[in-house]
Design a protein around this ligand. Structure first.
Ligand SMILES: [Mn+2]
Length: 383
């Protein structure tokens, strides 16, 4: 029995102004082909289906295409929970009709804290999929009338304690939280930083009763604590910090309660996401243009280059950003230069030397020093 685990689709997302919708469509095509090739009839999506609580029309239409192909054409059942980026109401409308077709979208737990449970009976196995969508501790505190619930950890423990699982059956939990072990998890800049902090950390040991924990939230595919507590990760690189991360489809292969194996299958992105390093002149020298790469430039120029973005954009249409690696960009915020006590006492020439070194992390060369000397002398002559 196989299940495809997906998460953090962030449909409708743009990366530095470039829409990811075609790339996301390309991922869905591969997902459907994978299900057909491997005879997979169940797909779990662990939250952050959309990038925003009010998704764009094209994002809604893309999800509709994917779900109808799965459910109507391929008879694949789909189990979705909401993440912190999703609107509970917008994601779960028409639920009663959809469940009859094999689409289960859970955005709430019940008032008595019980989670929705979906039972799969296949290949002689009974598998329960429990849905625990992203819920704030305050909501659980109110529902349970328990003022002691002040953290995510306590709120999740409260919910899990209210749901007794049958340990003779195979139990899967589909959820979307910042789950950690004693090892630091791999993080990305495209995760919402406001919602990934110490107060949100939940220990993987809370989920010991579940044979597989399908996680969403962190964008790097990885297991937490044990092999079967797992972030599927986002299917695409959504920020420069993810350039090095290999994105994959996670397939759960269940033979028995004791035998659950994970298979990771590479996702082929429509656009590769890479760094290119060099000066603006070097990077725009050749006539070859590489269209199918999203590029973030690390510019080696030591001064800001006029029209750099424009020149790069002409050659590299999917250019998403640049950084001058040899120039300090943050000197205004962290400037200590004019706070230096003796700075005001220096001559203009000395001040310039110090300023140049502060910005460029090196001294003026002989020719530059000579030019500055002459300019300063000229200025002094005018006074
Ligand atoms: Mn996410």
């Amino acid at each position: 029995m196989k299940i495809l685990h997906l998460a953090d689709l962030h449909l409708g997302k743009s990366v530095e102004g470039l829409s990811m919708i075609e790339s996301q469509q390309h991922v869905f095509k591969q997902a459907i082909k994978l299900c057909k090739d491997k005879n997979i009839h169940h797909v779990i999506i662990s939250g952050d289906v959309y990038d925003r609580s009010i998704p764009s029309e094209e994002a809604v239409s893309l999800l509709n295409d994917f779900l109808s192909t799965c459910i109507i054409d391929e008879h694949i059942k789909v189990y979705i929970i909401s993440g912190n980026h999703d609107s509970k109401e917008r994601l779960s409308c028409f639920n009663d009709i959809l469940e009859r077709q094999g689409l289960y979208i859970d955005t709430h737990i019940k008032d008595d804290l019980s989670m929705n449970k979906h039972v799969i009976k296949e290949d002689g196995l009974v598998i329960n999929i429990y849905s625990l969508p992203y819920i704030y501790p305050g909501e659980v505190r109110e529902m349970s009338n328990d003022p002691s619930i002040k953290s995510f950890e306590l709120s999740i423990k409260k919910i899990l304690d209210a749901n007794k699982v049958n340990k003779d059956e195979i139990n899967i939990l589909n959820t979307h939280y910042f789950v950690t072990s004693d090892k630091e998890p791999l993080r990305s800049d495209s995760e919402s930083k406001a919602s990934v902090g110490a107060i949100e950390q939940v220990s993987f040991t809370l989920f010991d009763d579940y044979d597989y924990v399908a996680l969403g939230h962190l964008h790097c595919p990885q297991h937490i604590g044990r092999d079967t507590v797992r972030y599927a990760g986002s299917p695409l690189r959504y920020s420069v910090s993810e350039i090095e991360q290999d994105k994959c489809f996670t397939v759960i292969n269940i033979t028995s309660k004791e035998d659950i194996k994970i298979e990771k299958i590479d996702i082929n992105p429509l656009y590769e996401f890479i760094y290119l390093e060099g000066s603006v002149d070097e990077l725009t020298k050749d006539s070859v243009t590489k269209d199918y790469r999203i590029i973030f430039f690390k510019l080696t120029d030591t001064t800001h280059v006029e029209n750099a973005s424009y020149r790069l954009k002409i050659k590299y249409p999917h250019f998403v950003g640049l950084k001058y690696i040899n120039i300090k960009e943050d000197f205004e915020e962290n400037s200590s230069l004019n706070k230096e006590e003796d700075f005001e006492e220096l001559t203009i020439e000395e001040q310039f030397h110090r300023f140049y070194k502060f910005i460029n992390d090196k001294e003026l060369d002989d020719l530059q020093s000579q030019i500055i000397k002459e300019i300063c002398e000229e200025l002094e002559g005018e006074e």
